[in-house]
Design a protein around this ligand. Structure first.
Ligand SMILES: [Zn+2]
Length: 233
């Protein structure tokens, strides 16, 4: 086998080890972002539900207080009826009482309508807050599991990366770059075996000329179909 191909084949074994150690860890940031987005959505939902409840409560209190003010005003107007000096003033006061009463009735109706929504809004606020807190606990669990996994793997990954540096030594930079590109784009198989004149990376036939070059081991031979570097055992 060509010595550089032999080195790359050894390197590929190390790379496969490192890949299997980092594969799930590499997916963690994306998973974390996805979960964080969901959590933030739930937090927004909970805040909105709480804000809607507070708004309704404030509005309800305002209406209640306005209705009580109107009642007090009606009381005063009724007292005035006893001291008016003429019929015109009497009629005007009656008219005013009627108008304040109408307004008070509308205010009371509005207040009742808001009161009817309060239970629903309270439930919604409580439920969405509870869901958010539950999700937050799950998320914190995920974060600590992820951290645990990273810590557990850190030593093995460091060892694998050191092995990789050693294994790559002596490979011409251009060839190493080509290998690394293929490793990424060819499902972690940059160097492929040839068996029975077939490339084991893509299962296409290798030309007789290339097979004889492989036997000679003087040049690096690439598969004409998938461009992987080839070797025969
Ligand atoms: Zn091939």
């Amino acid at each position: 086998m060509h010595p550089h191909v032999q080195k790359l084949l050894d390197l590929q074994k190390v790379d496969l080890e490192v890949t299997s150690l980092t594969k799930d860890i590499d997916l963690l940031p994306e998973e974390e972002a996805r979960r964080r987005k969901r959590l933030e959505q739930m937090q927004r939902g909970a805040s909105e539900a709480q804000a809607a409840l507070q708004k309704a409560e404030v509005k309800g209190r305002e209406l209640d207080s306005a209705a009580r003010d109107a009642d007090a005003q009606i009381g005063k107007l009724n007292e005035r009826l006893n001291i008016v000096r003429n019929n015109a003033e009497y009629q005007a006061t009656l008219f005013e009482i009627e108008s304040v009463r109408k307004e008070r009735d509308t205010t009371q109706d509005d207040g009742l309508r808001i009161l009817e929504t309060l239970d629903g809004l309270k439930d919604q606020s409580t439920t969405s807050q509870a869901s958010f807190e539950e999700e937050r606990t799950v998320f914190e669990g995920f974060l600590s599991e992820a951290e645990k996994l990273r810590t557990e793997r850190a030593d093995d990954i460091a060892v694998g990366k050191a092995k990789r540096t050693n294994a790559a030594e002596g490979v011409p930079p251009d060839l190493l770059r080509e290998y690394e590109g293929l490793y990424k784009t060819r499902e972690h198989m940059a160097v492929a075996a040839v068996e029975g004149a077939y490339c084991q990376g893509c299962y296409n036939k290798v030309t007789i000329n290339d097979v004889s070059k492989l036997m000679g081991a003087q040049v690096v031979v690439r598969c004409g179909s998938c461009q992987r570097m080839l070797y025969t055992s």
